[in-house]
Design a protein around this ligand. Structure first.
Ligand SMILES: Nc1ncnc2c1ncn2[C@@H]1O[C@H](COP(=O)(O)OP(=O)(O)OP(=O)(O)O)[C@@H](O)[C@H]1O
Ligand SMILES: [Mg+2]
Length: 246
């Protein structure tokens, strides 16, 4: 379980006049086994935030600390598309990101492939798998390095509704089994309500406009009254953001 501290974080992209402000001075902290969704309309800075947290991009200003018991935390990243190496087998895609590649590492990679029910594809190549299966390999790969913090950027948005639903369940089970801290970007309000213990809402211009705990027991049935109510509340907030954006 990781601790995330973000202080007065700002990201500007130069080039325009004035420069694009992708993240406007946001602060938040996440502690322990939380599943935090980051929601907001397209272009409000969700991917930029994840990229800065992961170190893929740098902030213009502000501070990010991601620690695990006082030392720097280990991060896993699941991208919007699986980004597998097509010339390596499924198992080798997982092995490739391991710090070491001994028998124990191979065994661990196999275990995470089994957890997403793809153990039988270990020797196949990504091109032989469907998009949903590739995305599951991407999820297994992120879990296989046993990260303290898992960053996920709209991992199911390219998938059909049925596949997305079963992957959501799988992800949720993995999260409960492994007790990771998860930061999960989505623009799908139902997905956020179904999965999260907490929801951060970004508005256009990269402003953090809401930090909402979701205190409903798991598993959450999307058809249950209290889940529907939470979804309606979030949707209302979401729609008012679009009005603000104009
Ligand atoms: N490399 C870049 N150079 C210039 N501007 C950028 C760059 N990356 C992102 N931006 C701008 O920063 C803002 C935030 O982009 P970002 O990709 O973080 O949004 P997002 O919330 O992830 O959107 P989406 O839901 O469509 O993925 C946008 O205005 C975008 O045009
Ligand atoms: Mg994005």
């Amino acid at each position: 379980m990781a601790g995330v501290r973000v202080r007065e974080l700002r990201k500007e992209f130069p080039g325009g006049d004035p420069p694009v402000v992708a993240i406007e001075d946001i602060s938040f902290t996440v502690d322990g086994q939380e599943f935090v969704s980051v929601v907001g309309p397209s272009g409000c800075g969700k991917s930029t935030l994840l990229n800065i947290l992961s170190g893929i991009d740098t902030a213009t200003r502000g501070q990010v600390d991601i620690t695990q018991n006082g030392r720097p935390a280990r991060l896993g990243y699941v991208f919007q598309s699986a980004r597998l190496l097509p010339w390596r087998s499924v198992l080798d895609n997982l092995l490739f990101v391991q710090p070491a590649r001994g028998p124990a590492d191979r065994e661990r990679c196999r275990r995470y492939l089994d957890m997403v029910r793809l153990g039988h594809t270990a020797g196949q190549y990504p091109g032989q798998l469907s998009g949903g299966m590739q995305q599951r390999v991407g999820i297994a790969r992120a879990f296989s390095i046993e990260p303290d913090l898992l960053l996920m950027d709209e991992p199911f948005s390219h998938l059909d509704a049925i596949t997305a639903r079963s992957l959501r369940r799988e992800l949720h089970d993995l999260w409960q089994e492994t007790r990771k801290t998860v930061l999960f970007v989505t623009h799908d309000v139902s997905e956020a309500v179904e999965l999260s213990t907490r929801i951060l809402m970004l508005a256009p211009g990269g402003r953090l406009v809401a930090d909402l705990p979701v205190r409903l027991p798991f598993p959450r049935d999307p058809a249950a009254d209290e889940v529907a109510l939470a979804r309606a509340d979030l949707l209302r907030r979401f729609e008012s953001l679009d009005l603000l954006a104009g």
